[in-house]
Design a protein around this ligand. Sequence first.
Ligand code: SAM
Length: 233
Amino acid sequence: MNEQKLSKRLEKVAHFIEPQSRIADIGSDHAYLPCYAVLKGFASFAIAGEIADGPFRSAQDQVEKTGLLAQISVRKGDGLEVLEPSDEVDTVVVAGMGGPLIANILENGKRKLARVKRLILQPNIAAKRIREWGAREQFQITAEEIIEEDHKIYEILVLERSNEPVDYSEDELFFGPLLLKEKNAIFRTKWQHERDTWKKITENIEKQGKTLENEAKLAELHAQIKRVEDVLK
Ligand code: SAM
């Protein structure tokens, strides 16, 4: 992977950026995504935000090496704190982290999102936490994609501000409102795999015997398994 050729996952993320956007890629690591977005004309300006020293330096090196210092600003900081109103960022990307961490980054920096029109989010796990945050903050899901790369399955969510309250059912929060409508083959593979994992966990817990904690965990797992089986019917 490099700034010209992204992984399938990051390429899908990049293609949700509208031409000539002003983007912030939070947790940019190697900064391949902002470099690619600028080189391909998806972005006219980009911020590569990083919290950690090593990835921050690697992003700086990459942007310098690619000759994009005029269009990409590499900034060190926690989440959305690296954004300034004068940047006029309209699109925020957060990819390759857990859903709870992405939701925390959005929640902690939500005052920086006033002018942002589009969020492109790629959680590695627990996308539900992002959908719940979006519904609370009146961001609706305008696109969702599920892809498979190197035997791993990834979800990509695009959120945009809504003028109306956003209300999703529990199933829509869990599976994704658009992915749930489509129920494609990758979606089925993902949830069959999750269900099988939960079944194995329940069997192990059942072997441990009855405790209050085990009972509560089992009830939760059985409910999740039923939710998935109902949807996969
Ligand atoms: N976005 C790239 C991708 O999808 O390939 C890199 C993902 S990498 C697994 C996660 C990166 O997020 C790490 O470099 C980490 O330092 C950074 N990170 C984690 N929490 C952060 C935060 N609160 N603010 C900025 N960066 C963060």
